[in-house]
Design a protein around this ligand. Structure first.
Ligand code: DCP
Ligand code: MG
Ligand code: MN
Length: 339
């Protein structure tokens, strides 16, 4: 070998990279985007090193490598492996972990707890674990919630919501966002944005939401509530079924209250996809601005530890296209917001 490049064989960190790569693959499986990205960056950094990185301090001195990753790198060098990875991947626990993580609303931490408590099946959880109401519901409808919703069914479910909304208040507009708005042929859930002309806060729509929920519950369209908005909240999560189906599949549905003044920012956020959102937010923060589901802001004041002190000055929030224009990003129709 020679030259300035570090070939994989000659890289003194080859074994560390190999283990970190397995971890990264594992986090792809568990849909942990943040860790995936952190591991990828760390691998890139290690690839560029010509010396072996053996200690916590050496690792921490490198760009893109933080506290936790530095500890892992030291552990890999010391033990030639990684306990957590071995725990996760080298035995049947890994499959149990996958099983539990596929329960709606259950993340890796909860799934791990159950695995460590020795639970192996959904039946085990039902009869022996302490479950919240939502976890129980997620287990009871395990297969339903893993079943994608065909586009035609999303349209039909959306039409039920639109009809009920129109009967209560003809000025309210129902927009289906999420993967449906991106043109997907099937969706994981239904993301319903509810908006109305001349509104400037989501609280103004809370009364309407309560009426809509009552009406759709009475008509047996809504079959469960998973989370209801808190005092300042604007989201309702629950389940619905297609009317008239003989053996209906429970579908996840979200209602999101959006005042007209924030419709553009909310449309960007709730259209996604999540990777597109992350990249457009990053682009905003590189300009020193901040984009969230309520608007695009400048002069966001931050205190120690980058803690946000003020929301900043609003640049734009009502119009989706104007937000793209303000950011200097060419307009991208929803179908092209797939990263
Ligand atoms: N969203 C996000 N980051 C998250 C979760 C959601 O930016 N961590 C945004 C982008 C999503 C939108 O909210 O498009 C709706 O979230 P969903 O989880 O419903 O995702 P999708 O509708 O995109 O896909 P699916 O078909 O799985 O519902
Ligand atoms: Mg969705
Ligand atoms: Mn959703």
């Amino acid at each position: 070998t020679g030259g300035t490049g570090v070939t994989p064989e000659s890289n003194p960190n080859a074994r560390t990279i190999e283990v970190l790569q397995k971890m990264a693959d594992y986090y792809v499986q568990t849909k942990d985007h943040w860790r995936q990205t952190a591991y990828r960056k760390a691998i890139g950094t290690l690839r560029r090193q010509t010396d072996k990185i053996a200690t916590y301090e050496e690792a921490l001195n490198l760009p893109t490598i933080g506290n936790r990753l530095a500890l892992k790198i030291e552990e890999i060098v010391l033990t030639n492996g990684l306990r957590r990875l071995e725990n996760a991947m080298m035995d049947s626990n890994y499959h149990t972990l996958q099983l539990f993580m596929n329960i709606y609303g259950v993340g890796i931490n909860q799934a791990w707890k159950w695995v460590q408590q020795g639970h192996k099946t959904l039946e085990d959880l039902k009869s022996h674990a302490h479950l919240t109401d939502n976890q129980r519901l997620g287990i009871e409808h395990y297969d339903d919630f893993l079943t994608r919703i065909p586009r035609d069914e999303v349209t039909a479910l959306g039409n039920v919501v639109s009809a009920a909304a129109a009967a209560l208040d003809p000025k309210v507009e129902v927009i289906i966002g999420g993967s449906y708005r991106r043109g997907a042929s099937s969706s994981g859930d239904i993301d319903c944005l509810l908006t109305k002309p001349s509104t400037s806060s989501s609280q103004e729509l809370l009364g309407f939401l309560n009426q809509l929920i009552s009406k759709l519950t009475e008509s047996k369209f809504l079959v469960a509530a998973l989370s209801v908005p808190s005092q300042s909240g604007s989201k309702w999560h629950g389940c619905c079924v297609l009317p008239g189906a003989s053996k209906p599949i429970w579908r996840r549905i979200d209602f999101l209250l959006v005042p007209e003044t924030q419709l553009g920012a909310a449309l960007i956020y709730f259209t996604g996809d999540d990777i597109f959102n992350r990249s457009i937010r990053l682009l905003s923060s590189r300009k020193g601005w901040r984009l969230n589901q309520r608007g695009l802001y400048k002069d966001v004041m931050r205190g120690p530890g980058r803690v946000k002190m003020t929301e900043g000055t609003l640049i734009e929030s009502a119009d989706e296209r104007k937000i793209f224009a303000a950011l200097g990003v060419p307009w991208r129709p929803p179908e092209q917001r797939i990263c």
